[in-house]
Design a protein around this ligand. Structure first.
Ligand SMILES: Nc1ncnc2c1ncn2[C@@H]1O[C@H](COP(=O)(O)OP(=O)(O)O)[C@@H](O)[C@H]1O
Ligand SMILES: [Mg+2]
Length: 404
């Protein structure tokens, strides 16, 4: 089983997926735009061969990869890094090997095509208009009405995403979006926000996960004082989540999912209606995969690898724990100078505190807009939701980080 594996080292959780591939017996040929010498040791050791290619220039990258392979035949082309999913599909097509086609991959990447396919499959999506110019944006606002969302058509991480309650806010947003060539202007869907994550085999979920964001990413990404948090449900197959799971399953079908990880976001309105936010054919970031593992005491990095290589998912999800994660942001700029309240968090959570991932005193603050990880995280788990939430609350309220 030879796997061409694009971006084996970035984002950081790819090291775990690389390990997973190696553990299920794959022979891995790595691809990225870095010189091989700069890859982390753990990745270098797992690679049988390596091709350096300009991954952000898809056509040149396809040529470089095909040339780099020469007469070597591969069985799979995989990536879990969002900017490379269309490239991976183009390489598959060029090599004539099975897996997701470029047409399908584009649906998971371009929010306009995504919505068209979802609507065709009977999935409720926000009313939306694709725009390129300021004039088109105002015309779109007439169609969708206020409040509205304006965001890049192929965005990630809530970058350049604005919620506008009235025309003045849209005017301000447009002034800050000049660098984004194509945008989506959308009906704003109020409510709670969840994920629906799967590992699929030939389009059918072999594992399903649901997480909830606290608060919604648009809030957490626009207010620095917030400690964004999220929790994974112990067992998502419960009546209150079934409308979202059903929406997810229909979305996978409508878009033509094949084999691999998916990460979907969905909204639940106060009246109970569920609406598709977006879906990607990759794993969720921000430690979400680790949370799935902590919820089930299994290794979904390896099971994903088994699914893509051998079309099987062997681990059993025991569904014992709710898992909560709280991301902290220090007050002040520069280096972390003090951490208060960690002892209180430890005392409150006891053995249910499963990870302390805070930056140490002396470390430089991370850019909270660029990474959900912010200045570190606290992870808890518990069989009961109320306990999990109470422990998260302690980490949100009692734990403070300072920088100067
Ligand atoms: N139509 C919408 N209605 C309500 N909230 C939205 C809408 N579109 C985006 N958002 C908010 O903005 C965030 C980022 O948008 P999303 O489409 O998920 O883009 P990204 O690819 O950057 O994650 C979402 O998590 C949600 O909180
Ligand atoms: Mg999103």
């Amino acid at each position: 089983m030879k796997v061409l594996w694009i971006s084996p080292h970035y984002p950081p959780e790819m090291l775990e997926f690389t390990r997973g591939l190696a553990e299920v017996g794959a022979t891995i040929i790595g691809v990225s735009d870095q010189p091989q010498a700069q890859l982390p040791q753990a990745v270098k050791h797992s690679l049988k061969a390596y091709i350096q290619a300009p991954i952000f220039d898809e056509d040149r990258a396809v040529d470089a990869i095909v040339r780099g392979l020469g007469r070597v035949e591969v069985d799979r082309v995989e990536t879990l890094w969002e900017p490379c999913v269309v490239l991976a599909a183009k390489v598959r097509k060029a090599l004539g090997i099975p897996g997701m086609t470029p047409e399908v991959a584009l649906r998971f990447r371009d929010k306009g095509l995504m919505k068209e396919a979802a609507i065709a499959g009977g999935v409720r999506v926000p009313k939306a208009v694709r725009i390129r110019t300021v004039n088109e944006a105002w015309a779109a606002a007439e169609v969708v009405g206020f409040p509205l969302i304006i965001k890049p058509i192929a965005g990630a991480g809530t970058a350049d995403t604005f919620r506008c309650f009235e025309p003045k806010m849209l005017e301000n947003a447009l002034q800050r979006m000049g660098h984004v060539p194509v945008c989506s202007v959308e009906e704003y869907i109020d409510g709670d926000e969840f994920t629906y994550d799967t590992v699929c085999i030939d389009g059918v979920p072999a594992f399903e996960n649901v997480a909830q964001y606290h608060p919604r990413p648009i809030e957490g990404r626009t207010n620095e004082w917030i400690s964004p948090a999220q929790h994974v449900f112990r067992n998502p197959l419960i009546p209150e989540l079934m409308p979202g799971i059903d929406l997810g399953r229909r979305t996978l079908k409508a878009l033509g999912m094949t084999t691999g990880f998916t990460h979907m976001e969905w909204y639940r309105k106060p009246d109970g209606e569920v609406v598709l936010g977006e879906i990607a054919c990759r794993s969720g970031g921000g430690k979400l995969v680790d949370m799935m593992n902590l919820s089930n005491d299994f290794d979904v990095y390896r099971e994903w690898a088994r699914a893509v290589c051998w079309k099987s998912f062997e681990a059993k999800a025991h569904r014992r724990y709710f898992v909560g994660m709280v991301f902290k942001r220090a007050q002040g700029r520069g280096r972390i100078s003090r951490i208060d309240g960690l002892d209180r968090v430890r005392a409150r959570c006891g053995k249910w505190l499963v990870e302390e991932g805070l930056l140490p005193v002396g470390a430089h603050r991370r850019d909270w807009k660029a990474t959900l990880l912010s200045d570190g995280h606290i992870t808890v788990r518990h069989p009961e939701l109320s306990e999990c939430m109470a422990m998260m609350k302690t980490a949100i309220i009692d734990l403070r980080m300072y920088a100067e």
